[in-house]
Structure formats: structure tokens, C-alpha cells
Ligand binder design. Structure first.
Ligand SMILES: [Zn+2]
Length: 79
């Protein structure tokens, strides 16, 4: 089965937190989080943001912030 990439996980964070992710994709999402510190931290930050706002941000992250995050992932250095 194809694994989610970090980009896909970032795309699906809002869907996941809304409980709208179907079971097969939810399982793969959580599997990725279990093996990816960057995405796990991202999800934690997202949850904290939601806790502060009391709701999901309307459009997830602004494009610029997301680009910075993805760039940070890339800079971590891949095998
Ligand atoms: Zn990841």
C-alpha cells in the first residue's frame, strides 16, 4: 500500500482533525505520523492552534507558512 508523503499528510490535517478522514486513509495518516517526527509536531501545533482559536482555521495554514514548513521538512535531510 502506498504510504502518504509529508505533503499529503499536511494536506489532510484539517480533514483528519474534523474526523472526516475515512478509515483506510486515517490509518495511513496515523501510520505516517508514527514514523515522522516533523508531521507529528505539525499536528501538535495544529491542535494547539485549534485549542487557542476554538475552531479549525478556515483555510488551514496560509500558503506561506505551509511552504516554510515543507521547506523545513526538506532541510531535515532525507536518507
Ligand atoms: Zn511526514
Amino acid at each position: 500500500m502506498k504510504r502518504f508523503s509529508c505533503d499529503e499528510v499536511v494536506e489532510l490535517v484539517t480533514v483528519y482533525l474534523e474526523g472526516e478522514l475515512d478509515a483506510p486513509r486515517g490509518g495511513r495518516f496515523e501510520e505516517h505520523l508514527g514514523g515522522c517526527e516533523g508531521c507529528e509536531r505539525y499536528l501538535g501545533q495544529f491542535r494547539a492552534t485549534i485549542g487557542a482559536l476554538g475552531e479549525l482555521p478556515p483555510t488551514a495554514l496560509p500558503g506561506e507558512a505551509r511552504e516554510r514548513l515543507l521547506a523545513a521538512f526538506r532541510d531535515r535531510g532525507r536518507p
